[in-house]
Design a protein around this ligand. Structure first.
Ligand code: GLV
Ligand code: MN
Ligand code: MN
Length: 406
């Protein structure tokens, strides 16, 4: 190691201003933008200051290795540094910063590493720019085809390969990376909790059991643009009405099934105050504890949307843009985490998606959650206390020591 590595506090401070909007106080760290480049530069500097071997894989994911990357059976930890629009400081960065801090802690303990250890920053986990979550890990795991990835476009029509190229990365090699994933013996992602389960049990740290199946669907309601002042109500084909009724149906269907359904993003054309819209495009995010409940919710929402659309003379297209099946984290690794952290450590399911969920189809994965006192996430109000973050680092260090050291 060339210099004394920055502390958790110093790393947190250095990341704090990157991509933060001064008005909202939220983070806008979208894939392959300037803020993303600054986060990536920060990651590379953290790797280099610790004397770790730095790599970027064919899909733009960053790696910092202690030991021989090719040796196999590596213990890998990390998360992501990108954000949702006006996201919080913790979702993603807490896992990456804690990974570096946990490695520093293990070096302080003077442990002997018997396996290679790596820290990762997976690219475009939130999917805020191109609409698909976990692009970096999905590509690596072969869960996103290259053709489909090349068709992804942002709101300005820029494709994913164009965005990568503009950011200085070669997009021609994107695709499955089985050899790299085969080097991994275990992947552990630490993440801020995105609910209040730990606050309610009074625990600082928990272990993940499963991730709910979830997906994103695009609803295109097409009507007829017309004058907002002169068009009689009876003569209108206003897609906003069908959209609004569909939002209410989503709430109803989700309540009936004990699931969640959210229209959180909308695009309107022509988007004029005094024009009846020609198009309302709404994106549905829906999640449920099991596949059957999710299928029921989405089918119910689509049926209601078609009925409303027919009534108002609206054409409707529904496209499933992404889907992630239920993830049950590997029991042996989960039990190992419980053994290290204590049998009373809470084991929690979550409705949030993660790179660890994507990778679980290819490698043994596990997750640690750090208490979030309000449960708020995907918002500038997202929070974890410094003491809980420190407890998370200690837990991650203990877990890594159990997995990678003699
Ligand atoms: C990612 O955070 C997601 O669950 O959407
Ligand atoms: Mn998130
Ligand atoms: Mn996250």
């Amino acid at each position: 190691m060339s210099t004394t590595p920055p502390t958790f506090h110093e790393m947190w401070r250095d990341l704090a201003s990157i991509g933060r909007d001064p008005d909202s106080g939220g983070y806008r760290r979208y894939a392959w933008t300037g803020a993303d480049a600054d986060c990536r530069a920060w990651f590379q500097a953290q790797a280099e200051t610790r004397g770790l071997t730095y790599e970027v894989d064919r899909n733009g994911n960053q790696w910092a290795w202690l030991g021989d990357p090719a040796a196999g059976d590596a213990v890998v930890t990390g998360s992501h540094l990108d954000s949702v629009p006006d996201g919080g400081a913790f979702d993603g960065p807490l896992g990456v910063v804690s990974s570096f801090a946990a490695l520093d802690e293990l070096r302080r303990r003077g442990v002997e590493f018997t396996k290679p250890v790596a820290i990762t920053n997976f690219g475009d986990e939130e999917g805020a720019r191109f609409g698909l979550a976990c692009v970096g890990s999905r590509l690596a795991a072969g869960q996103l085809g290259v053709d489909k990835a090349c068709e992804l476009r942002d709101a300005d029509g820029i494709t994913l390969p164009q965005a990568m190229e503009r950011a200085g990365y070669d997009p021609t090699g994107i695709g499955p990376d089985p050899d790299r994933l085969a080097r991994i013996g275990a992947f552990v992602e630490l993440h801020v909790e995105q609910g209040r389960a730990l606050d309610l049990t009074g625990d600082r740290v928990g272990i993940a059991s499963s991730i709910w199946p979830h997906g994103r669907w695009r609803f295109d309601f097409r009507g007829e643009a017309n004058h907002a002042g002169t068009t009689r109500l009876a003569d209108r084909r206003d897609p906003m009405l069908s959209y609004a009724e569909t939002v209410l149906a989503a709430r109803r269907e989700a309540e009936l099934a004990g699931a969640v359904a959210t229209f959180g993003k909308i695009a309107v054309e022509p988007n004029g105050v005094n024009a009846i819209p020609s198009l309302v495009r709404g994106w549905l995010d829906s999640r449920a504890a099991d596949q059957q409940a999710l299928d029921t919710v989405v089918a119910g929402i689509e049926k209601a949307a078609r009925e409303y659309a027919d009534r108002h003379g609206i054409d409707l297209d529904v496209v499933r843009e992404s889907f992630t099946p239920v993830v049950e984290f590997e029991h042996a690794l989960r039990d190992e985490l419980a053994r290290v952290l204590g049998a009373s450590t809470p084991v929690l399911g979550t409705g949030a998606g993660h790179d660890a969920g994507i990778l679980s189809a290819s490698v043994p994965t596990a997750m640690l959650f750090v208490r979030n006192p309000t449960g708020v996430s995907h918002s500038p109000a997202e929070y974890a206390t410094e003491d809980d973050c420190v407890a998370g680092v200690a837990a991650l260090a203990d877990v890594l020591e159990g997995l990678a050291c003699s």
